[in-house]
Design a protein around this ligand. Structure first.
Ligand SMILES: [Fe+2]
Ligand SMILES: [Fe+2]
Length: 273
């Protein structure tokens, strides 16, 4: 299978980059499955139902979330009917929505998509390692799922790498989100799991993490509360990770960074062109 994962969509520039570029990429690279983190899609804060539908219509098979999952309160309600929107699996019992979904792709492949929230330097939820065990045990790779995609939404690269090795051989892809900065450590781990510490963001990189620069700079200088953070408004870039899987094992064969658009060194998977 050909999997594409794209990092956190931040505001309108990120949405525009996805809606304008993803349909052509899906066709050109013959993508089987696209998973996108959408936790900042609504002006940098959460996701609305209309935006969720827009991202799915652009070619996403599933959308993952993170610590901004509920910034738009309507997400607490519409996530119950939107089976392709996946919130962190390690929320306490009773949280709305699903922490994992077995998503059927257009070609009939079944991809388990799960989302976990890290606990280091973040509002700590339940154990993400135990939550990953639980979700993968329900839909094991090969037996039930043709691919397993794990979005570890976390601040600390140590926690992300530890989870990658912990799931090595049981997941097709373990990929970090949340920092909005793409890392260059993409690789296939010894057991066959594709890994990247952070996918980066889909958004305007002429910014501080996708937000207009002035207010973040002012907060660092003056250390006082000020105006609201607002999503930057320049042209957005796509940032993510491409994974070619082995159809027999469901594990990763090849990986490559994807960076398309302004301000970033361009990168795409040559093995699909
Ligand atoms: Fe984010
Ligand atoms: Fe986040």
């Amino acid at each position: 299978m050909r999997l594409l994962f794209l990092g956190d969509i931040v505001g309108r520039p990120g949405r525009k980059a996805v809606t304008e570029r993803l349909p052509a990429l899906r066709e050109r690279w013959c993508l089987d499955c696209v998973v996108i983190n959408g936790e900042n899609a609504a002006g940098g804060f959460g996701i609305t139902e209309a935006i969720c539908d827009e991202i799915l219509a652009a070619g996403a098979d599933a959308i993952t979330l993170g610590n901004h999952a509920w910034d738009q309160r309507e997400a607490l309600v519409f996530i119950e009917r939107q089976t392709r929107l996946i919130r962190p699996a390690n929320y306490p019992p009773g949280a709305p929505g699903r922490g994992a979904g077995l998503i059927e792709t257009a070609k009939g492949n079944r991809v388990l998509v799960t989302n976990l929230l890290g606990r280091i330097f973040m509002d700590a939820l339940d154990d993400p390692f135990a939550a990953a065990d639980r979700e993968i045990a329900r839909c094991p790779l090969r037996e039930v799922a043709d691919a397993v995609v794990v979005d570890i939404h976390a601040e600390a690269t140590s926690e992300k790498q530890a989870l990658g090795y912990y799931l090595d051989g049981r997941a097709t892809l373990v990929i970090g989100t949340h920092t909005h900065v793409p890392t260059s450590d993409g690789r296939v781990l010894p057991g066959g799991t594709a890994f990247l510490s952070d996918a980066g963001m889909c958004g305007d990189y002429d910014s501080v993490l996708g937000m207009h620069k002035d207010e973040p700079i002012r907060r660092f200088l003056q250390k006082t509360p000020g105006s609201r953070l607002e999503a930057a408004s320049g042209e957005g870039a796509l940032s993510g990770f491409a994974v070619q899987t082995d159809d027999c094992t469901g594990l990763a064969l090849r990986v490559a960074p994807v960076r398309i658009g302004p301000h970033l060194e361009q990168a795409s998977p040559g093995f699909w062109d």
